[in-house]
Design a protein around this ligand. Structure first.
Ligand SMILES: *[C@@H]1O[C@H](CO)[C@@H](O)[C@H](O)[C@H]1NC(C)=O
Ligand SMILES: *[C@@H]1O[C@H](CO)[C@@H](O)[C@H](O)[C@H]1NC(C)=O
Ligand SMILES: *[C@@H]1O[C@H](CO)[C@@H](O)[C@H](O)[C@H]1NC(C)=O
Ligand SMILES: *[C@@H]1O[C@H](CO)[C@@H](O)[C@H](O)[C@H]1NC(C)=O
Ligand SMILES: *[C@@H]1O[C@H](CO)[C@@H](O)[C@H](O)[C@H]1NC(C)=O
Length: 511
């Protein structure tokens, strides 16, 4: 089982098992071996938690434009009227599980199968006729119908056991998962058919997911929401009905392009829609391959993070924009650098000078604002136009997913004390997009903390030691919550020049 876990989870898996009581006190015999997993564990948790919590309030602030809630959002309650659910040939069995080596990959045409082998997520599959029971938030599997309409119970026996799933990808985070509704799956008893007559009959299977969790934070909306949902159902080519827990108009409005990119059908508000919905199958829960990760070898169709980017592009790209390669081909090219401007904490105090520096190096510079309430499609347009995206850790760098694969570069500025966290969030995803990753680690003399701590304080001198001693609180309060940076223009200029000449070396017209 361990060998199937994505890399990102290995640290935590190992750490969680080996460290808690073993090396914590440091008195054991295997000091080095014991301490390392602890260290990995610590930074993994840190990574996840920072990508997680720190930015949530910003993105959750009620600055979302109200017109999102207006008529442009996909309607939620309407009956699906499509007749062609488009299962290609009627005879083809519906392939629900697209994951290689899953215990459910070979399930037959009738049954319930749960894959609980992943560290981050449980996913259950129901093949056959599925009906909802709103009162108990259950999905019931009915036996196949014999030609004359009676239940054919010959080989239709499914395990009696009721399965329960909370469809979210952070199964190890207990307090969060407690807020994700638990969905039940079980075989229906033969006498239950009458009590569960179909009010709405769908010709595509359901995907049960949640709009809850940390969805208000952009990193999580992608990492734990849409990327997992895409991983789970992209092979169905929109022939899937999203049955959403914690559905809300903000979610539907903010992510409408992604919702309609995943599914051709109207979304079901699972907690409020009391009708009995019937499906030819259901998937409850979503797959997870690691932080902003797609592992091609785990998908039957060899999908990559570039494919996920293309999915986003399909939703966000404005077709009226002329392809940029045709413009200005003759003039000496000035690559575009997008500089994310944060407010409050982790501000680049000499941002204006940094922007002038980038211009003098040869970039056209766009100053991008984080979480300013602009629709994601306009954010997509702004970011996808950049050859280089620059930001301090926490500045919406999840939008690296909007950059052009194989061409762009991400330059992450890590404030003092958080280089591991910064790298853990975005380096791998950048590589999976076949883009260049650069990280600029602020030195002590570039940190605003020099104004607060004496030069020989451990906080400045040895952040790793300070973090090991004082833990998460120090990271959250001081390194992330109480620090700005003022970049050394000489050193930062070297990084910019490197990225500039790389951008010029790339052919102008590219995918
Ligand atoms: C049709 O229904 C009868 C009972 O009404 C049952 O005995 C018979 O097996 C059914 N036929 C098939 C093909 O299932
Ligand atoms: C039931 O299963 C048995 C053996 O597994 C098979 O021979 C038989 O054809 C099956 N019957 C139906 C109706 O599928
Ligand atoms: C998967 O895709 C990669 C690159 O897109 C390719 O190199 C590889 O051969 C593919 N593997 C399979 C099994 O198709
Ligand atoms: C800041 O510290 C680095 C070493 O950490 C040093 O190379 C650099 O010269 C210092 N810059 C200033 C302006 O003192
Ligand atoms: C960081 O900069 C912002 C904006 O200039 C300012 O409000 C904040 O107080 C600064 N924080 C620190 C720790 O200097």
């Amino acid at each position: 089982m361990a060998s199937k876990l994505p890399d990102a989870t290995k640290g935590l898996g190992a750490g969680g098992m080996d460290v808690e009581d073993g090396s914590g006190g440091g008195g054991g015999g295997k000091k080095v071996a014991g301490r390392w997993p602890g260290f990995v564990h610590f930074f993994f948790v840190l990574t996840v938690v920072t990508c997680a919590l720190v930015y949530a309030p910003r993105f959750l602030s009620p600055t979302v434009p109200v017109d999102f809630l207006g008529p442009r959002q996909p309607s939620s309650g309407r009956l699906p009227v499509r007749v062609d659910g488009g299962r290609g040939n009627e005879g083809d069995a519906l392939v629900l599980d697209n994951q290689v080596n899953s215990p459910c990959a070979s399930m037959g045409a009738h049954g319930i199968c749960c894959d609980r082998s992943d560290f981050n997520t449980d996913v259950c599959f129901m093949a056959g006729e599925v009906r909802t029971d709103a009162a108990s938030l259950s999905f019931l599997l009915f036996p196949p119908q014999a030609p004359n309409g009676t239940a054919n119970d010959a080989n239709a026996t499914v395990a009696e056991k009721e399965e329960r799933v909370r469809p979210y990808t952070r199964k190890w985070e207990k307090h969060l998962m407690a807020n994700i509704q638990e969905v039940r799956l079980r075989a229906a008893r033969p006498d239950e058919a009458d009590a569960h007559r179909c009010d709405v009959r769908h010709d595509a299977p359901a995907l049960v997911m949640t709009a809850g969790g940390y969805t208000g934070n952009l990193f999580h909306a992608f990492n734990d929401g849409f990327l997992p949902a895409w991983l789970t159902v992209q092979h169905l080519r929109r022939r899937v009905v999203l049955a959403v827990l914690a559905y809300n108009p903000w979610w539907a409005g903010t992510f409408r392009e992604l919702v309609s990119g995943l599914s051709d059908h109207h979304v079901i508000d699972l907690l409020h829609d009391k009708r009995t919905h019937c499906f030819p199958g259901a998937i409850v829960g979503t797959r997870f391959h690691g932080i902003l990760a797609v592992e091609p070898a785990r998908t039957k169709d060899n999908r990559t993070l570039v494919d996920f980017h293309d999915f986003l592009a399909g939703g966000y790209k404005d077709d009226s924009t002329p392809p940029e390669a045709t413009q200005q081909q003759q003039q000496p090219r000035r690559p575009r650098l997008g500089l994310y401007s944060r407010k409050g904490t982790r501000v680049i105090e000499n941002e204006a000078a940094v922007a002038r520096l980038a211009e003098s190096v040869g970039f056209d510079v766009s100053i991008l604002e984080t979480a300013n309430g602009a629709p994601l499609s306009s954010e997509y347009a702004a970011v996808s136009a950049c050859d280089v995206l620059v930001g301090v850790h926490g500045a919406d760098l999840t939008k690296l997913l909007f950059l052009r694969p194989r061409r762009a570069a991400l330059l992450q500025i890590a404030p003092l004390g958080v280089p591991h966290v910064a790298r853990g969030c975005y380096e791998k995803a950048t590589a999976m997009m076949e883009m260049q990753y650069e990280q600029y680690d602020a030195a002590a003399n570039e940190s605003s903390l020099v104004r607060k701590y004496p030069a020989d304080d451990v906080v400045l001198r040895d952040p790793e030691a300070a973090t090991r001693e004082r833990g998460w609180d120090l990271t959250a309060r001081v390194y992330l919550g109480g620090q700005n940076v003022s970049l050394d223009l000489g050193r930062f200029g070297d990084t910019l020049r490197r990225l500039h000449s790389r951008a010029l070396r790339l052919p102008v017209a590219g995918p």
